[in-house]
Ligand binder design. Sequence first.
Ligand SMILES: CC(C)(COP(=O)(O)OP(=O)(O)OC[C@H]1O[C@@H](n2cnc3c(N)ncnc32)[C@H](O)[C@@H]1OP(=O)(O)O)[C@@H](O)C(=O)NCCC(=O)NCCS
Length: 203
Amino acid sequence: MTLRVPATGSTPALALRPWRADDAEALVAAHRDPALRARTRRPLRDVAEARRWVTRAGQGWAAGRRFSFAVCEVAGTSERLVAHVLLKEVVPGRPDAEVGYWTTADARGRGVASRALEAVSDWAFTRFAAAGLTRLELLHQIDNPASCRVAEKTGYAFVEMLPAQPPWPLDGHRHVRLRRTPPTSTAALPRPRRAVDGPAATS
Ligand SMILES: CC(C)(COP(=O)(O)OP(=O)(O)OC[C@H]1O[C@@H](n2cnc3c(N)ncnc32)[C@H](O)[C@@H]1OP(=O)(O)O)[C@@H](O)C(=O)NCCC(=O)NCCS
């Protein structure tokens, strides 16, 4: 299963797919970044730890509860790991779930996190519509303005402050994105002239 985000004038296309064992070295390299380590409860120190992490990520997919995407920039036939986006706490019948993300240090500041999060959010609302998913939550600490900006750019509105509580030493923000509900009747609406392009899911 791969989600695809088209290239823009200045940024390469993205492919979002489940993690694979051969991502382990790139995963360890990403976790060497102090900014990422500061936001991760269990930084990955070596390839063996990264392989175990990838195995657990696969188990999350298999259980239908936790969906970890490796995000790669695509140039021709080559792919380069640039980010991780996670959808977690998915429970059939429960209306809410949570998202999380990081980008590699060298990929920041060019819209990778927001484009990838947009693709996963759209996918989640479509994939789990029948299971009742209507609300995605995004939490970040107050010392993370870049994450706050990603949330706002991606349609996750700020809803409330969260008090500090272990393991998070600082207060935080809760942002929420709601599923867009289709109009109850389309009879009065003009027919679309052409399909709207957007991230496409292929399996
Ligand atoms: C947060 C993070 C995922 C953002 O990734 P990214 O690919 O750089 O995000 P984007 O390029 O889509 O957007 C970043 C936005 O934050 C803004 N930004 C960056 N640093 C900022 C700062 N110190 N103050 C305010 N805004 C900031 C950028 O200008 C950009 O906004 P713009 O497009 O309006 O200019 C990345 O910095 C990261 O991985 N950090 C470490 C892990 C982490 O914090 N994960 C999130 C935990 S909640």
